[in-house]
Every structure is written in C-alpha cells, then in structure tokens.
Design a protein around this ligand. Structure first.
Ligand code: SAH
Ligand code: SF4
Ligand code: F3S
Length: 439
C-alpha cells in the first residue's frame, strides 16, 4: 500500500470558504490525500482565497511567494489556488506566480480529483467555469468522520444584488438555492457525526428559495424543517440582506425553539445618499424599522452588522449618519472596512475619498463599535446563558464554548464534555470573551 499523500489547505475570507475547504479536502480523499496542518509536510497545498478587498488578494500573492521555495526543495509538491481570487484572476495567477499548478473557481471544485490527476501528470490545470451540473451533488463518498459540534452548511450561493462595491456577484455568480431534501440530508448526516449546531450559509442566505416537497421553501420554512431533526439543537444563518428579512423569518426568531437569538444584518452605511449610490435598495430608516420589528419578536436578540467607510463621495455628514445609526441600533458585534476599489464594480469608477480621511473615519467607527460590543458583553454579566461546549480551555477544568448569542464563554470548574450544552451564569466580561460558572 502506498503512503497517503498530504494535503494542506489554507483558508481565507468568509465562512463559505471554510465550508468549501472542507468539501475540497473530502473530494481529494478519493485521490489518497489526508489532511496535514503544516505546509512543509504537504504534497499538495491549496490556498482557498478571498477577493472581497484588495488586501485579501494581495495576501494570497505574498503567501504564494513564500511557498515557492518549498516547491524548489520538493519538486513534486503541487500548489493550487481556489476560491474567489481564482475565479477573478484565472490564468493570470499562473502568469504572476509560475509555481502554481492548479487554479479552480468556487463553482467547479467538484472537478478537483480530475484536475489533481492532470497536475500529477506534470500539466497545469485551470477551471473557472460556472458548470451546469451542481457541484454539491458531485461531492460523493464523504468520509463518515466524527465532527466538531458546530458546523457550517451552505444552502445558497451567489448573489443577484449587485451592491456597487462588491465582487461577490462576479466571483460566485448568480443566486442558487440548494433543494430542501439535500439540505436536510446533509444536516442529518452532520448530526449523526456529532454536530449539534448548524449555521446555514449563503452570500444572501435569507433570499433562499429551495425546491422542496409541496413547493418552494423560504428560509423560514427550511429552518422549521431543520427544527424537526432530533439531535440538532441549534440553528443559525448568515449573511442576510435587510430587504429579504420577511415576516416568517422574523416570526421564526420568536417561535422556533432551535433558532438562536443572533442575527448578522449588514447595513453598510447610515446615509441614504450613500446607500442609494451603493445600490443597497434600503434606507437607514427602513433598516431601523426592521430592527425594531425583529426586536419586538425577540427582545434579547443580539445583532451584528457590516460597515464600509470611505465609500466614493462619502462626506463627513454621511459618515456621521452611519455613527448615528450605530448608536441607534446597539450592535453586539460589528465589522467595519475601509472601502476598497474592486476592478469591474461600478463604484470603482467614481470619485474616491481621500485615503487619510477614510483611515481616520475607520478609527472613529471602530472605537464606537468596540465601546458598543463591550457594553453588550458587560450587559451579559449576571445572566444565565446556555453554552455549547466546543473545546477544552487553557487551564485544567476549563472548557470553552459559545452562548446562544455567539459570545465565546470560558467555563471554569466545568466537567462538561465537548458537544454538551450546559447552563452557565456569566461572571465577567473580558476583551473578547465572557467568563462563566456552571449552574
Ligand atoms: N452578503 C455577503 C457580504 C459579503 S462581503 C456575505 O454573505 O458575507 C462581507 C462584507 O465585506 C460586506 O458586508 C461589506 O461590508 C464588506 N465589503 C464588501 N465589498 C467591499 C469593498 N469593496 N470594500 C470594503 N468592504 C467591502
Ligand atoms: Fe455583495 Fe451586496 Fe450581494 Fe452582499 S448583498 S454579497 S454585499 S452584492
Ligand atoms: Fe471573499 Fe468570496 Fe467569501 S470574495 S468574502 S471568499 S464569497
């Protein structure tokens, strides 16, 4: 028997890439690969890349530069680039970095086994198609390995919204929803392997409309179907667009026992002038009204958001409107980014905000967000939460997990096992986590 080949995958970008990396690893087990977590050991290195901001893509090229000597030392090593940079740059990657053997886009990675055979043969392999066949249905032969208690499950991919700053509609293509039975089947399989919490993924997950028994399923209906699966205890979904938050989904946050009280609902800006230029098709006011409805349904829900500062033509007054919106909402988490010009997107052609100005705004928004996150965390002290235990902590007798609000909780003096869901009283708020005692 030949020794297994070793596969090292490094993942950049969003949670969907984390999911995709797992699928790619599984698809290569048939070629005799096992995972390794050191690049130096590997027979194949795959970078699963992100193209969302300029820095994300540049990071990939510098990583490839660092990997090149490994290939000089071990000529049999194969290097591949997957994900959204692969989709956007295609063959340009091999021109810029000749050490790269394989380039595969996010919609064609089910063809990796054939591509691997080609590169083993000394050829280069490139596939950035949006194939007719469904990649999810071609990922057969998944090993039945035990899984960590929290898992991702992609239910929807691509985006038809075309926000003026965003590459996702180009790198991931048009919106596609997976059929209900496939999602339920994959969820049951995950549960059999030890998963207790599933986060449903989609670039625009709440626009989900999958074919199911008796017609089209909305995301809310899908969540209710998942709620029936024994052994699955927690359901989350991300990322949502404000315009696709329908009444059923809001009601599910009130009525569905397994749906967790946490929602990532990016708004991007608090200025209607900028929102319009971003092609966001909602206003600051409609967003605030929506937040009110969601909180009426589930008062303790923790909200998170994304913000872009320094979008073309953003004035100080526009930026102030964003700060005002953040103050009005009270986010438990928020992610803010300096606008990054993405070639081929409409906003790239517009008058850009001075870089120093944008930097200064980024610092101000981040200071506000940090204060707000801190105050939400402080508000947890004294409360009883439920914690899904994910791993042992640093000290003896400490376990680490996630609360229903997605806060990391360090449990001291716990005899809980990985995968248990335990009650805990929050005793203190730290910079990035909470401390809790079992009750
Ligand atoms: N709906 C998506 C959002 C993808 S991008 C999802 O499922 O994740 C994540 C965030 O990156 C966006 O919400 C936006 O705030 C930010 N972003 C996207 N394009 C950007 C750009 N060109 N410059 C800066 N930030 C950007
Ligand atoms: Fe990008 Fe907008 Fe689609 Fe989100 S909704 S993926 S930000 S185009
Ligand atoms: Fe990045 Fe592609 Fe995700 S651009 S954010 S990896 S969809």
């Amino acid at each position: 028997m030949t020794a297994p080949k070793k596969l090292f995958i490094k993942t950049y970008g969003c949670q969907m890439n984390v999911y995709d990396s797992e699928r790619m690893a599984e698809s290569l087990t048939g070629q005799g690969y096992v995972a390794t977590d050191t690049a130096e050991d590997a027979d194949m290195i795959l970078l699963n890349t992100c193209h969302i901001r300029e820095k994300a893509a540049e990071k990939v090229y510098s990583e490839l530069g660092r990997l090149k000597p490994l290939k000089t030392a071990k000529p049999d090593l194969k290097i591949g680039v997957a994900g959204c940079v692969a989709q956007a740059e295609g063959a340009e990657i091999m021109r810029r970095q000749p050490a790269v053997d394989l380039v595969v886009g996010p919609q064609s990675y089910h063809r990796l086994p054939q591509m691997e055979a080609r590169v083993r043969d000394g050829q280069k392999a490139l596939d950035t198609d949006f194939p007719e066949e469904d990649k999810f249905e071609h990922l057969q032969g998944r090993p039945k390995a035990r899984r960590a208690p929290a898992a991702f499950l992609t239910v929807q991919e691509g985006c038809d919204k075309f926000c003026a700053f965003c590459v996702v509609p180009y790198t991931r293509g048009a919106e596609v929803s997976r059929p209900v039975e496939r999602v339920l089947g994959e969820a049951r399989d995950l549960v059999e392997r030890g998963v207790r919490e599933i986060t449903l993924l989609g670039q625009n997950v709440n626009a989900y409309h999958g074919a199911g028994p008796g017609g089209d399923y909305s995301l809310a209906r899908l969540i209710w179907a998942l709620n029936e699966i024994d052994g699955l205890e927690r359901i989350r979904f991300t990322t949502s667009h404000p315009n696709d938050m329908d009444d059923d989904l809001i009601a599910a946050h009130r009525d569905c026992p397994k749906l967790m009280p946490y929602l990532h609902l990016p708004v991007q800006s608090g200025s209607d002038r900028i929102l319009k230029r971003m092609n966001r098709s909602h206003t600051a006011e409609s967003y605030l009204r929506l937040v009110e409805c969601i909180r009426a349904a589930r008062p303790d829900l923790v909200l998170s958001g994304d913000f872009i500062v320094g979008f073309p033509e953003e004035t100080e007054a526009d930026f102030q409107a964003t700060l005002d919106l953040i103050e009005a909402v009270g986010y438990g988490y928020a992610y803010s980014f300096k606008y990054s010009t993405r070639p081929g997107t409409p906003a790239a052609e517009r008058p850009q905000v001075d870089a120093a100005e944008a930097d200064e705004r980024l610092q101000r928004i981040q200071a506000l967000i940090t204060r707000q996150q801190r105050s939400v965390q402080d508000g947890m002290v004294g409360r009883e939460v439920s914690v899904l235990v994910e791993k042992p902590g640093r000290h003896e007798g400490q376990m680490v997990g996630k609360s229903e609000y997605l806060h990391a909780v360090h449990l001291d003096g716990s005899n809980a096992a990985v995968g248990d869901i335990v009650s805990a009283r929050i005793t203190a708020a730290k910079a990035n986590s909470l401390a809790g005692a079992p009750v």
